[in-house]
Design a protein around this ligand. Structure first.
Ligand code: ZN
Ligand code: CA
Length: 670
């Protein structure tokens, strides 16, 4: 991070105290998201929030790895899929219906406890998009502008999942972590949850670790439109992401959810989907810039809040169109896409990979349903098992969904632990269609897997067998089918800071790398190695950063994948060292445990004014020591922040103390 002025992660430099209730914030200062600095003035317009990071996301992708922007990488992946996509769906009167899957990312909360948001909240978001994209009369998306367009594009939650089974288009996934940075969302959350992006528009509801970010989107590729790059990004990250608290609209609240005004009417996703369909910000992301749309007025810059007409500007515009969904105004202030914006979106739907196939996708068309149909899904096991630990008993969790038209009141499930004898468990309750219950199965094995199947529902035969079976891996284990693994390392600009090694349980280094050349200002290419790891051993991967800022700041990451491409271990956000342990056991499964050298986290580092603290409870006592061990400041953590503006430049250690443990972290005051 030495000498760099363009940081690449959100939340690096936001300063002072924010009151988070309904976004009323005091004195935000500059903030950087995907390398773009938001000035105090810009943040004030949006109540301190970063309304949308799509343009910065795109610029980051371009700068990050120009090679990544060639077509080949995802064309290889997508080629066979395109071949299968024939236009076999009638487009009713030229209306395009895009099938949608919403991935609700949570960390084990009960249904309805944020961020495991309710079905109604998800559905309210689709309703808003249909109001807005269809300019629906009588809805908040209606307008009387002569250039206001019914885009003829609408959205429907999927009714068929990627395996051909019934779904309500809501994919709930426990990923065992409460909050996510945008970089980890792209390197991990999206790739492990995405549904075929040629058949579904993927939407994610997540809890951002940056509480001020509302959403971001991936632009389309190959649209041939001015203002868009040839390649918008990878296939496995394609889609739109929003914070769970802006996902949906309080206009349609049935009392089961809580959204944060003034971004509580679903317009974050209307805006992000606009990017997904090729629209740029109305002000062209520069003063008096162009959005390449003829019938939108030139805006001087973004608008926040809700201005009044006429709003003239120094670009010669007599009245700005601040109601446009591609501006930054409050949700209740927005109500228009224009005719020429529609033209752009239609061109994208006709030309862009992973957009044009959506026109032919039939994933929104219902398949015949049965009265008695249960679906079993395996839930991730969030218990970490260390290599040194003897396997301890764990509870495996499955979710049982009712995909039938009758209420599901009883189910019998057989299961087997690590291929052992079949056992039986019974469930009873009352589930309406598409609702679910969690079924817990205790296991004394601790590692390995539990496979389970529905054998009857409602006292009778389950009428659809294709969704009856699932398995859960124990102790954070991931099945592997061979001893071949792939290691990927995306360095940041400062390769000289990075070293890593992989040791077996005897401590022998099997593979190692670094340090690497610095490449600033060019982003380094992805490094890939193939590893062969014998069975029945425990492996420790260690990565070091000599400067103490990890590799995440410039969108670096590392991933260890099994031969099927599933991620066994991955990381990027650490300070000076991170370790991942995993097992390759006789049952061909691996287990993972993460140990950061410093479990308490601080950022930014180096810091100028305010240290943000993570993994440390409020009111925890802290002491800051200088390089010669003198206490220079002490106190208790408030709002996860510590002011350090008064410290002189240099190296410090901060110690956090509570009654359970003491942790110490090094940081640099610049
Ligand atoms: Zn935007
Ligand atoms: Ca079934």
């Amino acid at each position: 991070m030495k000498g760099k002025t363009t940081f690449k992660l959100p939340f690096l430099l936001f300063l002072t105290l924010f009151c988070l209730v309904f976004g009323q914030k005091n004195d935000p200062a500059d903030k950087i998201v995907f390398g773009k600095t938001y000035t105090l003035e810009e943040l004030r317009k949006t109540n301190g929030f970063v309304r949308c990071a799509s343009s910065e996301y795109e610029a980051m992708l371009q700068q990050k790895n120009p090679k990544r922007m060639t077509e080949q990488q995802f064309e290889d992946w997508i080629g066979p899929l395109i071949t299968n996509a024939q236009n076999n769906k009638s487009q009713n009167g030229g209306i395009i219906t895009i099938p949608v899957v919403v991935h609700v990312i949570h960390s084990g909360q009960a249904l309805g406890t944020a961020p495991n948001i309710t079905d109604t909240q998800v559905q309210s978001q689709i309703t808003v998009m249909n109001n807005d994209y269809r300019k629906l009369a009588g809805s908040p998306g209606a307008n009387t502008s002569p250039v206001g367009a019914d885009t003829m594009i609408q959205f429907a939650l999927a009714k068929v999942d990627p395996k051909g089974n019934p779904t309500n288009g809501i994919d709930r996934v426990n990923l065992c972590q409460p909050a996510w940075s945008t970089s980890v969302i792209d390197s991990y959350v999206k790739p492990v949850t995405i549904w075929d992006p040629t058949k579904y528009m993927n939407m994610w509801s997540v809890n951002f670790s940056d509480p001020d970010l509302l959403g971001y989107a991936q632009f389309p590729s190959n649209s041939s439109l001015p203002g868009l790059d040839v390649n918008g990004g990878y296939a496995d990250t394609d889609g739109v992401v929003a914070n769970y608290a802006t996902f949906g609209s309080s206009t349609y609240n049935d009392g089961t959810f809580l959204l944060s005004a003034p971004y509580d009417r679903g317009r974050t996703m209307t805006h992000e989907v606009g990017h997904f369909l090729g629209l740029r910000h109305i002000w062209g992301d520069s003063n008096c810039g162009t959005d390449y749309v003829a019938d939108t007025p030139v805006h001087r810059t973004s608008n926040g809040g809700c201005p009044v007409h006429p709003k003239s500007n120094s670009c010669g515009t007599t009245d700005e169109m601040f109601e446009n969904y591609m501006d930054y105004t409050f949700d209740t202030c927005m109500n228009i896409f224009t005719i020429n914006q529609k033209d752009r979106m239609v061109a994208v739907m006709n030309n862009s990979p992973r957009r044009m196939e959506l026109k032919a996708s039939t994933a929104d068309i219902a398949i015949p349903l049965f009265a008695n149909d249960g679906e079993l899904k395996g839930e991730r096991n969030c218990n970490e098992t260390s290599c040194a630990d003897a396997p301890t008993a764990v509870t495996a969790q499955f979710s049982l969904y009712n995909r039938g038209t009758s209420p599901l009141t009883a189910a019998v499930i057989t299961y087997s632990v690590n291929g052992g004898p079949q056992q039986t468990t019974s469930w009873s309750g009352n589930l309406a269609q598409d609702k679910y219950a969690i079924i817990s199965i205790p296991s004394v094995a601790g590692v390995g897997s539990i496979s389970a199947s529905i054998t009857s529902v409602n006292g009778t035969t389950d009428q659809r067998a294709t969704n009856n079976s699932a398995s859960v891996v124990l102790g954070n284990t991931v099945p592997v089918s061979s001893t071949n693994f792939t290691f990927e390392l995306q360095l940041d600009y400062y390769g000289s800071e990075t070293t890593w090694d992989l040791k077996n349980s005897a401590g022998t280094i099997l593979y190692s790398g670094g340090n690497y050349p610095d490449t600033d200002p060019n982003f380094p290419a992805l490094l890939t190695e193939n590893w062969t790891l014998p069975l029945n051993d425990c492996y420790t991967f260690t990565i070091n950063d000599s400067y103490g800022d990890g590799i995440y700041v410039d969108e670096g990451f590392y991933r260890i994948k099994n031969s099927a491409g599933a991620i066994i271990a991955a990381g990027q956000e650490f300070t000076d060292m991170q370790q991942k342990q995993f097992k390759v056991v006789g049952a061909l499964a691996t287990g993972e445990v993460t140990k950061d050298k410093n479990t308490a986290g601080i950022y930014p580092n180096p810091v100028s004014d305010v240290l943000n603290v993570s993994n440390v409870a409020n009111n925890t006592k802290y002491e800051i020591y200088n390089a010669v061990g003198q206490i220079v400041k002490s106190g208790a953590i408030e709002d996860q922040k510590i002011r350090v503006a008064e410290l002189t430049k240099g190296t410090y250690f901060i110690t956090f103390k509570n009654d359970k443990k003491t942790e110490s972290v090094k940081f640099i005051k610049k």
